[in-house]
Design a protein around this ligand. Structure first.
Ligand code: PLP
Length: 378
């Protein structure tokens, strides 16, 4: 009989480490009776900007809104195209389509699962209004490869950093921090993210003052002053309670990222010791990258059968993502079909996210890897 369930993530263990600090922060907001925006939100924006080494941040209600607001600030609309990856959470492409533009997909790299920089350049057209690379699972794309050409053509980069808070990449002595390379960097603070709120929350990093000012207006219905609406915006204000919680969690996020990296190294070693490379491919950390392991995603032969077998042994795993974006039913209008993105399509059948969170125990990881090894070797 095996020990208890191993969850894919465990927010309760994390909360137990910081409960007192969180309660103090929530109490502070309740005492102030200031619930929407206000000083907690502006302090969080300031502290997050310092951590991310970015000049400006604008907090908002979710990662989805962060992407939408960045695209609205570019006046995206019908007739425009935005190049992105077909291997991401739906919001990445959904935000483009929602504004009436067409998502144009570029296939991904099989090693990092990130969009191929070469293919991005291949699909640019005079209608390309922006490129949205997603730093998937916590590892940055090699944006230095496409930046000169995009700059030459005047096409801005909107980084989808929903999964890559705290990630960075060294290139020729320059450090690229998640969210601070492109014109916009969009973050999600969904509770399970490396920096998560206790509800929905998001943020946009901006290089230019004009952009941060415009986005600050767009998030409050396009109002520059109360009740005067210069343009159409949305309601994407951040709650003070979420900001206060994020401020507490921001103070710990470095430790948690290091713990995730430690756990990833342990998985790597355990897999190397089992000798099952013919059936399981662990994730690749690209040279120069600080992967933050929002997810530890392997590629596995007979993935669905493996997942059921792990589930029978009390190990919870997830499939990110079982259906590519270019073949989602609501994306038909974009004009893609099965077969157009072969690398992504193969990944949707092979990827499996193993349990990964800062507090995961080496014994639990050992159980996960043993169970995987038993599945293949019996
Ligand atoms: C890559 C990616 N983009 C965008 C989002 C949207 O963020 P949110 O759920 O905060 O709206 C997510 C989050 O789940 C994501 O993983």
């Amino acid at each position: 009989m095996e020990a208890g369930l191993i969850p894919s993530f465990d927010l309760k263990r994390n909360y137990a480490r910081i409960e007192g600090e969180i309660m103090d922060a929530v109490e502070r907001v309740l005492s102030s009776q200031c619930f929407i925006m206000g000083p907690e939100v502006s302090e969080f924006e300031r502290e997050a900007a310092l951590y991310l080494e970015t000049p400006r941040t604008v907090a908002c209600a979710s990662g989805t809104d962060a992407l939408s607001l960045a695209l609205m600030a570019l006046d995206l609309g019908p007739g425009d195209e935005v190049v992105t990856t077909p291997f991401s959470f739906f919001a990445t492409a959904g935000c483009i389509a929602r504004l009436g533009a067409r998502p144009v997909f570029a296939d991904v790299e099989p090693g990092t699962y990130n969009v191929s920089m070469e293919r991005v350049l291949d699909v640019l057209t005079p209608r390309t209004k922006a490129v949205i690379p997603v730093h998937l699972f916590g590892q940055l794309c090699g944006l230095e490869e496409i930046t000169p050409e995009l700059t030459r053509r005047g096409i801005p980069i909107i980084e989808d950093c929903a999964q890559s808070f705290g990630a960075h990449r060294m290139h020729e002595g320059r450090i690229m921090r998640s969210g601070s390379w492109g014109r916009f960097g969009c973050f999600s603070f969904f509770p399970t993210k490396n920096l998560g709120a206790y509800g929905d929350a998001g943020m946009i990093c901006c290089k230019e003052l004009g952009d941060s000012e415009r986005i600050s207006r767009l998030r409050v219905h396009g109002a520059a002053e109360t009740y005067i609406h210069g343009e159409l915006g949305i309601n994407s204000r951040l709650d003070a309670i979420q900001a206060a919680i994020l401020r507490v969690r921001l103070r710990h996020v470095e430790t948690w990222i290091e713990e995730r990296r430690e756990a990833a190294r342990r998985y790597d070693l355990m897999f190397a010791e089992r000798g099952i490379q013919d059936v399981v491919t662990p994730p690749v950390e690209d040279a120069g990258n600080r992967h933050t392991y929002h997810q530890y995603v392997i590629r596995a032969k007979d993935r669905d059968a493996l997942q059921s077998s792990l589930s029978n042994r009390g190990i919870v795993t997830r499939v990110y993502y079982p259906m590519a974006l270019h073949v989602q039913p609501c994306m038909k209008f974009a004009g893609y079909k099965m077969g157009d993105m072969p690398v992504t399509e193969r990944l949707t059948e092979e990827v499996l996210a193993l349990p990964m969170f800062p507090e995961i125990l080496p014994e639990e990881q050992e159980r996960v890897v043993s169970a995987i090894s038993d599945f293949y070797r019996g």
